[in-house]
Write a protein that binds this ligand. Sequence first.
Ligand code: ADP
Ligand code: ADP
Length: 228
Amino acid sequence: NAVIEIEDLHYTYRDGTRALKGLSLSIPRGSRVAILGPNGAGKSTLLLHLNGLYLPQRGKVRVAGLEVNARTAREIKARVGLVFQDPDDQVFSATVAEDVAFGPVNMGLSPQEVERRVQEALAAVNMEAYRDKAPYHLSYGQKKRVAIAGVLAMGPEIIVLDEPMAYLDPLGQDTLLEILNRLHRRGTTILVATHDVDMAAAWADRVVIVQDGHTLAQGSPSLLVQEE
Ligand code: ADP
Ligand code: ADP
């Protein structure tokens, strides 16, 4: 019952850097997955394929029953929410509420439905009190929660976060973990790219270890103990 299936994925950047060199993996629906690996292993490049921002140059990516290609990319963006490492890469509207509304508006939903989703998403990340504030004035952790709310408002089956704990203080990290666990209980599949082995061991029910553009290992977090 895989919700994500990747087979022999290759990706070479325009400057010739081979970021992915035949990566394969399989992710069961509803799981909490940590994608682990050192800097430069290919984690970010992999994540950008999961919601159709990057298209496979070679190999196959199947997500939520669809093969990622130019025709499905738009549909896949609605099913897979991608939260970038830096919220300044995706939080850009004048107010928090407008920012969270961006995805639902783009999906062509009615104003009533957009408003319902904005309220629900802001509640999910405990940011209702900030809806009319300018994101510019928020703390890093608050901006990150706005970015997550923007993704949640699209109602994705899968949520993918790149280094979500980076630069958050301990309270911010606890808040984020609680948000992720709540989504997990609702059945959302959650993937987190991280180089924090402790976080992966404590939180994930499945780990994928990426190294030099390949999958080195995938399976239960007990893999991490054997890796040491
Ligand atoms: P990770 O997220 O694991 O740190 P990345 O996917 O960011 O790995 O990077 C994989 C490889 O691709 C690295 O060698 C990195 O320097 C390179 N890379 C990433 N983005 C670009 C880009 N836009 N242009 C060229 N090379 C890139
Ligand atoms: P680095 O600073 O090491 O290049 P980043 O995390 O900025 O790493 O970027 C990793 C990869 O993600 C790069 O390939 C970059 O082009 C891509 N990327 C980062 N932000 C965005 C974005 N907002 N939209 C599309 N691609 C992005």
